[in-house]
Design a protein around this ligand. Structure first.
Ligand code: CTP
Length: 400
């Protein structure tokens, strides 16, 4: 069931087309409106198209119970079409003063929002701050806006995406639950290796790839545990998160997770996106190191364990399915050769090979999926889409 939450913007009339496309795809659509949305679109139209009564009053006695809680628990996706600047602000702040906002705040499923507003409103620092907050919280995925003509006749970034693109994004996020019954462990972000209480060694990993894998695996029905190094990203809906700092902390967390869990079953899949530091200071200082009287200083490093290789070596049979990443500064055949080397050395099933220049701190990525038999180069795509392609491979191999 899809909750279609409509707020007050001229683009609200396009929500009817989105509803129609969702219904055509076989979905049940429950329309929910803010009061201001009613200035732009009729309740009768929506109720007629969806074949469901429009919900707009949180306190209507006839509804009984807490309608926003029930909707948020039952929905496969909550889609906010259109999402006004005010609605984005409310979502960023966790406000819940009407049924659309309260349902989005209480949703146990993905929330998708299609912003629509005048380009000056979209580019305002306050709106952009809200958009960044939403991205960091990881609970609301935005579709659009696009660059194009807006209601005033002016052009710019703020036009709502086309109904077909919005409907496709909604359907993709409530698609197959083909990972149902699987426990997926994902590692993400950098590790941080302390030199002294004030200084550390780390790397440029943002964690976005691993958080995307965790979000998509959860949306596809998996139980997901995300072991995250220090990153500033919000936990995706439905994901259990374990925060760690160093490579040795990450190893401890993985050891716990891969031992039989409380349901008597260890992880079925491990996706190792974390940029684990290969070395750590041999003897981190307990006091801050002082510069006085020291002109040169050498830092003695020792190798960290290769975490995925340890799991590969200890694995009996073919479970858990192991995915490693290979980040290289070379491309083409050399990249594939390096990935194949890691595939064998680490005894994993799939290596996602990419180039440092394509991957760091971006929302998209260019990767090649490398297994023992094939190397499938993929076009540039969002990290969410790449996460789905990796999980498609996992599902296909586990079904064999
Ligand atoms: N990895 C790991 N433990 C480490 C280092 C890396 O589990 N100590 C994992 C990463 O999470 C990734 C894969 O191994 O999935 C490849 O990491 P990468 O740094 O590219 O490879 P390395 O084995 O460190 O080889 P090199 O840095 O020499 O290319």
């Amino acid at each position: 069931m899809i909750v279609l939450g409509i707020s007050g913007s001229i683009a609200a009339y396009k929500a009817v087309e989105v509803a129609r496309l969702l219904l055509k795809a076989g979905a049940r659509v429950r329309p929910v409106m803010t009061d201001s949305a009613k200035h732009f679109i009729g309740e009768t139209t929506l109720a007629g198209i969806c074949g469901e009564p429009v919900i707009s009053d949180m306190f209507a006695p006839a509804q009984g119970g807490e309608i926003h809680v029930a909707l948020g628990a039952e929905a496969d996706v909550v889609a906010l079409v259109p999402a006004t600047a005010e609605l984005l602000g409310a979502l960023a702040q966790g406000r819940a003063n009407d049924v659309v906002r309260a349902t989005a705040l209480g949703a146990a499923c993905p929330v998708i929002a299609a912003p629509a507003m005048h380009p000056r409103m979209w580019s305002h620092p306050a709106t952009q701050r809200n958009v960044r907050t939403l991205a960091a919280d990881g609970r609301v995925v935005l579709v659009g806006p696009e660059d194009g003509e807006v209601a005033s006749g002016e052009s710019g970034l703020g036009r709502m995406s086309e109904p077909s693109a919005i409907a496709a994004a909604i359907l993709a996020s409530c698609g197959d639950r083909d990972l149902g019954g699987t426990h997926v462990v994902v590692t993400a972000g950098p590790t941080v290796e302390d030199i002294d209480p004030a200084r550390f060694m780390s790397n440029r990993s943002s964690g976005k790839m691993g958080f995307a894998v965790a979000a998509r695996a959860a949306a596809r029905g998996a139980r997901v545990t995300l072991v995250a190094g220090p990153v500033s990203l919000g936990t995706p809906t439905g994901v259990e998160r374990v925060d760690v700092r160093s490579a040795l902390n990450m190893r401890d967390a993985l050891t716990d997770l891969l031992a039989e869990d409380r349901n008597g079953r260890a992880a079925d899949v491990v996706v190792m996106t974390a940029a684990v530091a290969d070395y750590r200071p041999a003897e981190p200082a307990t006091e801050k190191m002082k510069r006085e009287g020291v002109s040169d200083r050498a830092l003695q490093l020792v190798a960290n364990p290769d975490l995925i290789a340890e799991i590969g070596a200890a694995r009996q049979g073919d479970s858990p399915y192991l995915v490693a990443f290979a980040l290289e500064t070379v491309g083409g055949e050399e990249l594939i050769a390096a990935a194949r080397g890691k595939l064998q050395r680490k005894r994993v099933d799939l290596v996602v090979a990419n180039q440092a220049s394509d991957a760091f701190d971006r929302d998209d990525n260019v990767a090649t999926l490398v297994t023992a038999d094939v190397a499938e180069p993929l076009e540039r795509m969002s990290k969410m889409a790449l996460a789905d392609r990796i999980l498609d491979r996992v599902v296909a191999c586990r079904q064999r």
